[in-house]
Write a protein that binds this ligand. Structure first.
Ligand code: ATP
Ligand code: MG
Length: 210
């Protein structure tokens, strides 16, 4: 049996290697953080087929409110079911301005011209927020569908997002959205659908799904 590498030595070597690797990683991360020094609002797109887009946007609403920031939320599609965030904002959170398109999913309304009129009225609220520097954060929930169905003019929407006040952040949610939208956003995250409880027959859950 070899006496050269008793277990304590091996452990010590492991510790040393780990420490060195962490030091290197820290230097890398610190350098990257130091390099990202532009102070401006961020445009985010949360897309993909998985669950978690709108709820992530409302997570950012909570973050912004924690710093006393002014928040606007415009929901382009709204089902019959009241969501927990809607109840909370309406009843207990006057700091958030909430506007809802009020029509359900397009496959429920089955009324194209009515949907377009509702989308345009809703967009007026959204574009007013995007032009108002007093808003720190604007959430445009399910906006991508308005572009996908061509209910709203893409150039008009992209210009409003691009030309918003420099300090304002904007979060757009919804599946798809197109390459034009992706190009102008600073952060684009795709939520991947790996599995969803719904497909196993589990009913949508209060506080989780709505
Ligand atoms: P959430 O609001 O829960 O963050 P989301 O914004 O990512 O979800 P939407 O397409 O807006 O997704 O749908 C909202 C509702 O549909 C939620 O109840 C959510 O659980 C459900 N849902 C989302 N993705 C899926 C999916 N892949 N299959 C089935 N149901 C889904
Ligand atoms: Mg959503």
């Amino acid at each position: 049996m070899s006496e050269q590498n008793p277990p304590e030595d091996k452990n010590q070597q492991k510790e040393e290697r780990h420490k060195k690797s962490m030091q290197k990683q820290k230097a890398n991360v610190d350098a990257k953080i130091a390099a990202a020094d532009i102070e401006q609002g961020i445009a985010l797109l949360l897309t993909g087929n998985g669950k978690g887009k709108s709820s992530s946007a409302f997570g950012m609403v909570l973050r912004a409110l924690g710093y006393g920031q002014k928040v606007g939320v415009v929901q382009f599609i709204k089902g019959q079911q009241m969501s927990g965030e809607e109840l909370y904002i309406k009843n207990q959170c006057p700091a958030v301005t909430l506007y809802q398109m009020g029509t359900g999913f397009t496959w429920n309304t089955q009324d194209r011209s009515g949907d377009i009129a509702a989308a345009e009225t809703t967009w007026q609220q959204a574009s007013a927020m995007l032009a108002d520097a007093s808003y720190d954060l604007v959430v445009l929930d399910e906006l991508t569908y308005m572009l996908g169905y061509q209910y709203l003019d893409e150039t008009m929407v992209l210009d409003a997002i691009r030309n918003r006040p420099a300090e304002q952040s904007v979060v757009v949610t919804g599946r798809g959205g197109g390459t034009g939208l992706q190009e102008i956003m600073d952060t684009v995250s795709e939520v991947k659908d790996i599995k969803h409880a719904f497909r196993a027959g589990i009913k949508a859950r209060k506080g989780v799904d709505y």
